[in-house]
Design a protein. Structure first.
Length: 329
């Protein structure tokens, strides 16, 4: 077995019939239907006896080696589909060339930058951009992959500009922009705008060398990781993100998980004078914090909990919150 997902498995051709026969007793249909069907490529040709190359979970390609290069049959878009102005099949061909030829270097991405398109489709996304008054629901923006850290806040800068048509998108990294996280305007005199946009060549190298975050080890059968624990939260690894567009484009972790927050710490991280910004009165916040310090948190309505959790990302852009290293077990 080379790889498996929720509803598929990539196995040696000589084991296909064995697996199909094994699961045939679970077939709930009257008609003769295989429980596991052979996947087909875009032209409808069964993907039987092809090569597999995998980088990490959900990053793989199925291909054949041809006299003139590689024929891509099926490739994943995970961590890739949000980038604009790239040929995805050519991207994977360049990865395969790098794999088979250690001396191969591509210059195709030199002088280009990692740019993504994001459509504001949820109230939560619009709420995150409260500092940018001109952004409206269903507006489209262009966002760059973080490449610099703000010297004042210590946070990564995510350059964001209004959407431009294809003929002008190459101008994007050289324009003044707003930080997606904080609303701060750049350039601020420290460096030119394009230094904040990550070069596409670096994105290619990072993609090619992406570590497997759901398992530990480098070779052989890897041990499955279950959770990541920090002082403020417990992250269950493996659950898919509800909004992959925002997760990928906004530079968030592409490895999805369910997060269990330490609500006490979240309450204590909010300054009472800022509580009105999240829709909670100052007196109510002071009362909650007093009980939090006494470890006597009462039952809190879900609507209040949601406001407190959303405040963590919103208010942290206005004043620095100490970040703690996560411990992986």
């Amino acid at each position: 077995m080379a790889y498996c997902d929720t509803d598929s498995v990539m196995i040696s051709p000589r084991h296909v019939r064995l697996v199909q026969d094994f699961f045939s007793k679970m077939n709930p249909y009257d008609a003769k239907t295989e429980m596991f069907k052979i996947e087909k490529d875009e032209d409808g040709t069964p993907l039987h006896d092809v090569w597999f190359y995998g980088i990490s979970s959900k990053r793989y390609v199925l291909y054949d080696i041809m006299d003139d290069g590689f024929q891509i049959h099926k490739h994943s878009l995970h961590g890739l589909g949000h980038l604009i102005d790239i040929d995805q099949k050519q991207w994977w061909k360049n990865i395969l060339r790098s794999h088979y030829n250690a001396d191969y270097t591509t210059t195709e991405y030199d002088g280009r930058y990692s740019i993504s398109k994001l459509v504001i489709t949820t109230p939560q996304m619009l709420d995150r951009l409260y500092h940018t008054k001109k952004i409206r629901p269903f507006n489209t923006v262009l966002i760059g992959t973080a490449n610099r850290v703000d010297s004042d806040t210590g946070r990564h800068v995510l350059p964001m500009v209004p959407f431009l048509d294809e003929n002008r998108q190459n101008q994007t990294p050289f324009m003044p922009f707003v930080d997606y996280n904080s609303g701060k305007k750049y350039p601020d005199g420290s460096m030119e705008p394009h230094f904040y946009w990550k070069p596409l060549s670096e994105t290619f190298a990072d993609y090619y060398n992406h570590p497997e975050s759901k398992s530990s080890g480098d070779t052989g059968i890897l041990k499955r990781l279950k959770i990541r624990i920090s002082k403020s939260s417990i992250n269950h690894i493996g659950k898919e993100s509800n909004n992959l567009d925002e997760a990928n484009t906004a530079g968030m972790s592409s490895d999805a998980y369910t997060r269990y927050f330490n609500i006490t710490e979240k309450i204590l991280s909010i300054r009472p004078k800022d509580s009105w910004k999240i829709g909670i009165s100052r007196s109510s916040m002071i009362s909650l914090q007093k009980k939090a310090r006494q470890n006597a948190i009462p039952k809190i309505r879900n609507s209040i909990i949601q406001k407190i959790l959303q405040s963590h990302s919103r208010l942290s852009s206005q004043y620095q919150i100490t970040h703690r290293e996560e411990v992986i077990i």
